[in-house]
Design a protein around this ligand. Sequence first.
Ligand code: SF4
Length: 291
Amino acid sequence: MDYVGRIFRPPSEAQSFLLQVTIGCSHNRCVYCDMYRDKQFRPKPLDTILADIDEAAQLGPRFERVFLCDGDALILSTKKLLPILEAIGEKLPWVKRVGTYGDTRSIGRKSADELAALSEAGLGIVYHGMESGDPEVLERIDKGGTREESVTSAAKLREAGIAHSVMVLLGVGGDDLSVQHAAGTARTLSEMDPPFVGALTTTVVPGTPLAAMQASGAFRLPSKFRMLEELREIVAGVELSNCRFSANHASNYLPVRCTLPRDKAAVLDALDAVIADRDERRLKPESLRAL
Ligand code: SF4
């Protein structure tokens, strides 16, 4: 396979065939992110991608899902994405779902008809790192999209029949914006009503703009328990019709996996007990956390 640089994928795509269709991230400016800072964004040549699909076909049905890498493969034009999806359908007929990262920019620039065509061709899920639903936090972290655009994106994906998995980042508003980060995120998620939400926990990565902001005093990471309180405030505040909600990423201090609204009371009870205890032994040790 032709892989350029480090390859990332969502935890739920661990068993998927990872097909790199772009190199890097076309935005590459979120202050906390170092995933693609060493890569100049560019689409990969179609011939290279088709050769990887042929190679995967020779492996046989060892995977049921394909994940399109890198950072925001959905930024590719529909004209470029459709032949890739069609080749997957033709050469890997056992594949049940194709997924990709996407955001307000890549979803926003596609029409309803284009998203419907991508859905028809096999695109089944878009993982969207919204990170926060609060406008001030989104600006501070240079996310490149607004909360209103997130709400519109959710509606467009729903209409196209593409599942939407939204990631939010505990602690990313810093100490000073922590309360509004949690409240704004709960409010925006409620308006989006996605079928999947994943809450991750901010880690300040050396060399990122966020690390420089931390060094200058412009950003202070909330305490571990304050970040758990953010999680509690988000779970308490969201109104979702049927959502698989998880906070079990390697970065999280306390794993949570539930269906909302069904499990809301039980999750709040569990979080309240840990928050009231303030006992770090109940949290994942730093040495076991990862990005
Ligand atoms: S978080 Fe996502 S959109 Fe932001 S720079 Fe990293 S890969 Fe790009």
